[in-house]
Design a protein around this ligand. Structure first.
Ligand code: NAD
Length: 331
């Protein structure tokens, strides 16, 4: 049994989370993750308005009796969403765990904490983790440069970022970015984390409501199949390499690009339409380097069970044997 401070604090079976994913974090996936013993998050901004989010929370509750959460991401957007109203829908929906991500979460954290909601803040730098800890969050999800979506601007991979954060952060900590199997889970625990958060890996499961073409593409892709866009705008995003991401990179490379120069290519609405049409070259799609380690499309339960079994086998088998052999040799 893989028990950690994270599983204890959040009342889940396994130290695995499925964090917020725009257009993917919907009730059927989140409920499947919860039913598999891990912790899933509905993505608030995937819902067109706070009323729809309230319905999605209720739908998820009909599908599972286990704990689940909601992600609220605060990053630059073309049309700023009414964050406070989404927050209200989360609180009034009786959600007990929230994942915040992005800039200046203080007012959200304060309100969630005032309503007895546990908050996990996802961030990409040790200084941001410490600042969130001072705000009173219950856990940190530290997101390395390998991740899909927004890795921040420091470019520190998990191998350094996770132990650097573990050296200073006192609350339980998830490692995020580049995780997808039992080896990654054991590595994260070894580096000082209390569990892992996975995005792209959960996208490529039976229950994720995205077209087969996207899942197949992520299976076929190797670890080099990502692009970093918005580098020059200081809002870096790691996305699946495709025709549109390459066009954005080319525009930025020319120098002096403004957001307006790429807006027609990167708009979330365009990405959503492309996804709904199964067109993997039609818009921007977030995916991480972990694509290189994704080779199948299992059910969520198969995936979670496999990761846990593999992690236990590594700890009890391979690693224990190394220590045992060393002890024998020393005799
Ligand atoms: P959107 O259509 O408003 O924007 C599309 C992309 O452009 C987003 O990545 C956004 O951060 C970026 N952007 C918008 N205005 C910008 C500006 N002025 N300067 C620089 N970059 C700008 O957003 P959406 O696709 O509808 O997504 C809604 C929210 O979810 C956004 O906050 C977005 O960042 C976030 N998101 C997060 C992830 C992730 O981290 N995994 C993936 C997709 C979207």
């Amino acid at each position: 049994m893989l028990k950690t401070r994270f599983t204890e604090a959040f009342g889940i079976d396994y130290p695995i989370a499925q964090g917020g994913m725009q257009w993917v974090g919907r009730a059927p996936l989140v409920a499947a993750v919860a039913n598999a013993g891990a912790l899933g998050f509905i993505t608030a901004l995937t819902q067109p308005n706070p009323e729809a989010l309230a319905k999605e929370i209720a739908r998820c509750r009909d599908m599972t009796d286990k704990p689940f959460g909601v992600n609220l991401t605060i990053l630059p957007t073309i049309t700023p969403p009414p964050y406070a109203e989404y927050r209200r829908a989360i609180i009034e929906g009786g959600v007990k765990i929230v994942e915040t991500a992005g800039y200046k979460p203080q007012e959200h954290v304060d309100d969630f904490k005032a309503h007895d909601i546990k908050v996990i803040h996802k961030c990409t730098a040790v200084r941001h983790a410490l600042s969130a800890e001072r705000m009173g969050v219950d856990a940190i999800s530290i997101d390395g440069f390998e991740c899909a979506g927004h890795p921040g601007e420091d470019d520190i991979p998990g191998l350094i970022l996770i132990p650097a954060a573990a050296n200073k952060v006192k609350v339980p900590m998830l490692a995020s970015g580049g995780f997808g199997d039992g080896r990654g889970l054991v590595a994260a625990l070894a580096l000082g984390a209390d569990g892992i958060n996975m995005g792209t890996r959960f996208c490529v499961t039976q229950e994720a409501e995205i077209p087969e073409s996207f899942k197949q593409k992520m299976v076929e892709n190797d670890e080099r199949a990502t692009d970093l866009i918005f580098r020059t705008l200081h809002n870096t995003a790691r996305v699946m390499k495709n025709a549109v991401s390459q066009e954005v990179v080319a525009i930025e490379k020319r120098g002096g690009a403004k957001f307006e120069d790429v807006q027609h290519l990167v708009a979330g609405k365009r990405g959503l339409a492309a996804m709904e049409h199964g067109d993997t070259d039609g818009g921007i799609w977030s995916a991480g380097m972990i694509q290189g380690l994704i080779n199948d499309i299992p059910t969520v339960k198969e995936l979670v069970d496999r990761i846990v079994a593999e992690a236990e086998e590594i700890i009890d088998g391979r690693l224990a044997q190394m220590v045992h052999r060393y002890a024998e040799a020393a005799q």
